[in-house]
Design a protein around this ligand. Structure first.
Ligand SMILES: NC(=O)CC[C@H](N)C(=O)O
Length: 388
């Protein structure tokens, strides 16, 4: 269904979908080309946190909320040092920032980070296309001279192999271990450090968002972060009281090649264990379940999730394109949370043990803080084990 959407006077950027659909718009940020999967995010706030969430590696994000750029950027809101999303698609060209925390403009920031943006896009039409055909492969190009070889861009989008089978966690993980004690942001002091003896937690970085580490510190954990390829021996050598598995990009089944043996080794040690998103999917794999690719995934900050143990509903932040198939959960592992949008799995726990994980993002950033209790549950499990 080849079609085009004229959106600005002189297009300086274009987005070519693998089915031949082309959207023209105004480029901002870096120039050049990128090929990726296209997903839509429905959050009304937090574009900077979204662009710097390492789980978006290999993906271009289209924002359904039209006002993007209006609160500028601040280094305080980066979830990692470099933005990881391959590019951004917005309805309106970014406007002048207006926010007391802003230290710069989104367009300059995007340029300094080498990422491409396209504005003036009919994001409703684009989002409908993503819902109907599933997250498409795209080529996004920005050229101030407006010269585009559309056939070549479509061919590049078609040739891209996609995220299934792709291990990206190794690319975005830290290369060396480090300690983390910074707590979550609070007004008026901003970020502060946790002090004193804490709960010894090893966090495996598959592409960890900083606010996850901050939430762990705020819950009382003294966190040592290890690279994605750390073995069970590396983890246990630090004598942890609890182990955390982070979020991250790519296909969990591909990343599981090294993560699953490590997780199984840690499970044998019978320590409290908590996983988020990719960490959740890999814990499920290590326990013997399977993961599958979704049609267009869940990316937003208003996803209702039911806690099946309490009956309570949480409004959550989500960013995932793969999901745990709850039908494949082995005996002794329970489904604890479920999406009220589509019934997909949102959490598991090993029966009778403090070993649990969730598909969504309890650290928020961006999004609601309803699910922060999970960090406290993890810390409580470690304290209970100490007291036993
Ligand atoms: N946020 C995440 O950790 C994402 C996990 C995985 N890459 C997915 O897309 O499902």
């Amino acid at each position: 269904m080849p079609a085009s959407a004229k959106s600005t006077d002189k297009p300086t950027a274009c987005l070519a979908l693998s089915d031949g659909t082309v959207f023209y718009g105004k480029g901002f940020g870096a120039t050049g080309e990128t090929v990726a999967e296209l997903v839509f995010n429905t959050a009304m706030t937090g574009y900077q946190e979204i662009m710097t969430d390492p789980s978006y590696a290999g993906q271009v994000v289209t924002f359904t909320f039209p006002h993007v750029g209006n609160v500028g950027v601040t280094p305080e809101d980066d979830e990692t040092a470099t933005p990881v999303a391959a590019g951004m698609v917005v309805k309106w060209d970014p406007t002048e920032p207006s926010n007391w925390r802003s230290t710069g403009e989104l367009t300059d920031w995007l340029l300094s980070k080498g990422r491409i943006g396209i504005g003036g896009i009919d994001t409703r039409r684009l989002t409908r296309a993503i819902r109907q055909q599933g997250a498409p492969h795209v080529a996004l190009a920005h050229d101030p001279a407006g010269k585009f070889d559309i056939a070549a861009l479509v061919a590049k989008a078609r040739a891209w192999k996609g995220l299934v089978g792709l291990d990206l966690a190794k690319d975005v993980s830290c290369t060396q271990s480090y300690r983390w004690n910074e707590k979550t942001w609070a007004w008026p002091e901003g970020y502060t450090e946790r002090t004193g003896a804490g709960l010894r937690v090893v966090a495996i970085d598959y592409g960890a968002k900083r606010n996850i580490l901050r939430c762990l510190a705020s819950a009382g954990c003294d966190v040592t972060v290890l690279p994605a390829t750390a073995t069970a021996e590396d983890v246990l050598a630090l004598n942890p009281e609890g182990v955390f598995l982070s979020n991250g990009p790519g296909d969990p089944a591909a990343t599981g090649a090294y993560a699953v043996p490590m997780i199984r080794g840690v499970l044998d040690a019978d320590l409290p264990l908590f996983g988020i998103c990719l960490g959740h999917q890999m814990l499920a794999l290590a326990l013997g379940a399977k993961t599958v690719k979704m049609n267009h995934g869940h990316h937003g900050a208003n996803h209702p999730v039911k806690d099946l143990t309490t009956g309570k509903v949480e409004i959550t932040s989500m960013n995932h394109g793969f999901t745990v198939d709850s039908q494949t959960l082995p005996k002794g592992v329970s489904e604890t949370h479920v999406s009220l949008f589509d019934g997909s799995n949102c959490g598991i726990a090993v029966d009778g043990k403090p070993i649990f994980s969730v598909q969504y993002h309890p650290e928020a950033s961006p999004g609601p803080q309803d699910s922060y209790y999970l960090f406290e549950r993890f810390a409580e499990a470690i304290r209970a084990r100490r007291a036993a």
